[in-house]
Design a protein around this ligand. Structure first.
Ligand SMILES: Nc1ncnc2c1ncn2[C@@H]1O[C@H](COP(=O)(O)OP(=O)(O)O)[C@@H](O)[C@H]1O
Ligand SMILES: [Mg+2]
Length: 279
């Protein structure tokens, strides 16, 4: 259990290097229970590296070279591979940009979903299919049986991402790490997946750390927004504060770059270099 006031995730002075190249420098941020924190920044700014380090998924080439990552007070960087895998299977869920890469193309959704639920030990026997239907319903599917009988290529990208979200919450995670979960989707599916993330937080109370290069996508869901540039966190604050009164010139540039046609930021209209309140 998390004690009152304790963070689910606390990252302090995180440095990450690939070989001799430092990709993330001195990043400090925290995620409270039930909070959605969004990281935004251009491609290569180190967003995915922060998420992968948090999940212990840096691979062979990446290394945490400084700082600490604490999940419920436990230092993730000190865990063995086996302990990390157990953590990912029970409390941390990771959602990738490309949902089709998370799904086996040769396997019907029902069979891979069932495997995932049995692996987590969440349900057994006949209860597995019932849980699959419930979770797909929760993710907005009105006909779960049709989805369970389908192969990934028979579903749209947005549907696949909702299936991946259903699988992710099967272990009832307390922290969802989402790497550009809407970036590969059309605008309608983007909104649907963003709304689902909000619903997952509301109904399950889980915390979310989400990253995207799209500040409008982050603005749709995050309570707090952090801005990354060249491996550093240059600004972090409450969503409305960062979007309405950005302190860093780079944040102002990101906001000014939102296309007027699709990117109205929540409570903010973008005009020229700055932004005006409409609320
Ligand atoms: N596996 C890797 N090996 C070497 N360099 C990497 C690797 N992954 C990322 N990088 C480098 O680290 C920096 C940050 O990358 P990344 O975290 O993927 O940024 P973002 O997610 O913001 O696009 C980039 O310069 C990228 O080239
Ligand atoms: Mg990335």
């Amino acid at each position: 259990m998390t004690r009152e006031g304790e963070h689910i995730l606390s990252i302090e002075g995180l440095d990450v290097s690939y070989g001799g190249v430092q990709a993330v420098r001195g990043v400090t941020l925290s995620v409270a229970p039930g909070e959605i924190v969004g990281l935004v920044g251009e491609s290569g700014s180190g967003k995915s590296t922060v998420l992968r380090a948090t999940a212990g998924l840096l691979g062979r080439s990446g290394r945490v070279s400084g700082g600490a990552i604490r999940y419920r007070g436990r230092d993730v960087t000190a865990l063995s591979r086996r302990e990390l895998a157990a953590l990912r299977g029970s409390e941390l869920a990771y959602v990738f940009q490309d949902p089709t890469a998370s799904l086996d193309p040769l396997c019907r959704i029902g069979s891979q979903f069932g495997e995932c639920i049995r692996a987590h030990g969440t349900a057994q026997g006949g209860a597995v299919r019932a849980l699959e239907r419930d979770l797909l319903n929760e993710m907005g599917f009105e006909d779960p049986d049709r989805v369970l009988g389908a192969y990934p290529h028979e579903l749209s990208g947005g549907m696949c991402q909702r299936v991946v979200l259903a699988m992710s919450v099967a272990c009832d995670p307390s922290l969802l790490l989402a790497d550009e979960p809407t970036s590969a989707l059309d605008v309608t599916s983007q909104l649907q997946v963003s709304n689902l993330l909000l619903r997952i937080r509301e109904q399950r109370g889980c915390s979310v750390l989400i990253v995207s290069h799209n500040i409008a996508a982050i603005g749709q869901v995050a309570d707090r927004v952090g801005v990354m540039r060249r491996g550093e966190l240059v600004e972090i604050g409450a969503r409305d504060q960062v979007l309405r009164e950005p302190q860093h010139p780079y944040t102002r540039a990101l906001i000014a770059a939102v296309p007027k046609t699709d990117g109205t930021l929540p409570g903010v209209t973008v005009s020229g270099e700055g932004c005006d309140d409409v609320a």
